[in-house]
Ligand binder design. Structure first.
Ligand code: TRP
Length: 464
């Protein structure tokens, strides 16, 4: 084993990468986006994007990582294209930004565990007060960041792989239990209809845009997180099938999250599905009300279970976000992993303080970063950082990574790397499709997303 560390097995890598992908984006983000996007039509577009666009980008990131065995900046240097390492730096920058606000939301979820244990279902009505209680949610966030730093400090196979091996299967089992339970509730069927039967009249260009952004974020693409994880993968592992498995797991868990939430909303709304489009507060406001309605010990148990599960999912994602800058400072600045983990985590926590203070209900900016169906807008600091990192830098980074791999590093080198561990790859349909997707389709779609975001979210010009 090299001094950088490696995953101890193929399964370890797959679980860690799936753990990175599965997170708040799946369980908190996906359902509220579906609710906003009008239900099943959004789900279909999302699924299509995951497979035809995101999967090829994922394969490319992992291949660059494995080929070079380096962090996202070092990877471009190692391939001999030092000028292109700005892409890696862009990735580091966006990773720091994403973790800074992601950890704030993870902190909310973490605090909800205690609210549920205490049977405080009324938190649903006090969500606004809860998240503006800066010292309280700040302390939860600090603890969450510390746990993240601890896991990363233990290294790739000792910390990250071990955590993922335990957390991922537990998560899936817990979700299945809750899904099983909610299906028995009255009016669950109305939630299922909303979620599964598409109404294509709801399919506007902005729904397509949101589905694309959601897919890309959910699969942890565009910032080199998977270049980093790929750098710990063995030469004989099959990247093509591993990436397919990771994509399926991520999509599968998002889908299950919807199966657990929409029947609940069906139940709660008496079948009208009112409240499905409420936006980011969806799971924090809607779910505790339902747990309260279930009531008693069962309500406490399901509520606690749910938020424990959400924190598990978030933790394997925060770990992957922190691993990116850590791999960079460990490789390039030769700083010890343990010290680097704690220092960088503290730094990112501090960067996150404006997002902690300026969230949901405060107005920092006059332009709105998101407009919701109910007419609400986001003008707060957290939304600004999310718009900058998720909707702007990630698609730009993904576009350049794909373009670079196909046209600068060249497709035949990418294909060469991919065929290690995947003997049937060359000459297959997948190879032909990947070459097309990486060379043309992904760069064009991603640069369009980037341009639309900049125009709309930063200049207020709405084209779609
Ligand atoms: N995909 C994770 C989620 O859905 C978040 C995440 C982790 C991420 N690492 C990432 C997003 C890297 C973009 C890039 O919650």
């Amino acid at each position: 084993m090299s001094a950088r560390g490696n995953f101890s097995s193929k399964l370890g890598f797959i679980l860690a990468a799936a753990g990175s992908a599965v997170g708040l984006g799946n369980i908190w983000g996906f359902p509220y986006e579906v609710g906003q996007g009008g239900g099943a039509a959004f789900v279909i577009i999302y699924l299509i994007f995951c497979f035809i666009l995101c999967y090829p980008v994922m394969v490319t990131e992992i291949a660059i990582g494995r080929k070079t065995q380096k962090n996202p900046v070092g990877a471009f240097n190692a391939l001999g294209y030092k000028k292109w390492n700005f892409v890696g730096k862009l990735g580091l920058f966006s990773g720091v930004l994403i973790l800074s606000f992601y950890n704030v939301i993870a902190g909310w979820a973490f605090g909800y565990i205690f609210e549920m244990v205490a049977g405080n279902f009324g938190i649903a009505d006090q969500f606004g007060d809860y998240i503006t209680n800066v010292f309280k949610v700040g302390a939860y966030g600090l603890v969450f960041m510390a746990v993240t730093a601890y896991v990363v400090s233990k290294g790739v196979s000792g910390g990250i792989e071990k955590a993922a091996r335990l957390l991922m299967p537990t998560l899936i089992i817990m979700i299945l239990i809750i899904v099983g339970y909610v299906m028995t509730l009255p009016n669950a069927i109305d939630g299922l209809k909303f979620y599964l039967i598409p109404d294509f009249s709801k399919l506007t260009p902005s729904v397509v845009y949101n589905a694309m952004g959601q897919a890309f974020f959910s699969l942890s693409l565009g910032m080199g997180a998977l270049i980093t994880y790929g750098s710990y993968v063995g030469k004989s592992d099959n990247i093509i099938s591993s990436a397919a498995f990771i994509t399926l797991t991520d999509v599968g868990i998002a889908f299950l999250a919807g199966l657990m939430i929409f029947p609940l909303i069906g139940f709660m709304s008496g079948g009208t599905m009112e409240g499905a489009g409420r936006g980011p507060g969806l799971i924090f406001v809607t779910l505790p009300q339902i747990f309260g309605e279930i009531g008693g010990t069962l309500g406490i148990a399901t509520g606690t279970l749910f938020f424990v599960l959400l924190c598990f999912a978030a933790l394997t994602s925060t770990v992957s976000l922190l691993e990116v800058p850590i791999s960079y400072v460990v490789d390039e600045w030769k700083i010890k992993r343990t010290r680097a983990s704690w220092l960088v985590a503290l730094f990112i926590f501090i960067i996150g303080i404006p997002s902690l203070i300026g969230n949901g209900y405060s107005e920092f900016f006059s332009t709105s970063f998101t407009t919701y169906k109910d007419g609400g807008t986001d003008t707060d600091f957290l939304s600004f950082v999310a718009a900058l990192a998720n909707d702007t830098i990630l698609p730009l980074g993904g576009c350049i990574i794909a373009f670079f791999a196909a046209h600068i590093w060249k497709k035949h080198n990418l294909d060469e790397e991919l065929s290690n561990g995947a003997p049937g790859y060359k000459g297959s349909f997948i190879q032909k499709y990947l070459n097309f997707a990486i060379g043309y389709f992904a760069p064009i779609v991603l640069i369009s997303v980037f341009i639309l975001t900049v125009l709309f979210k930063f200049f207020g010009i709405q084209l779609i």
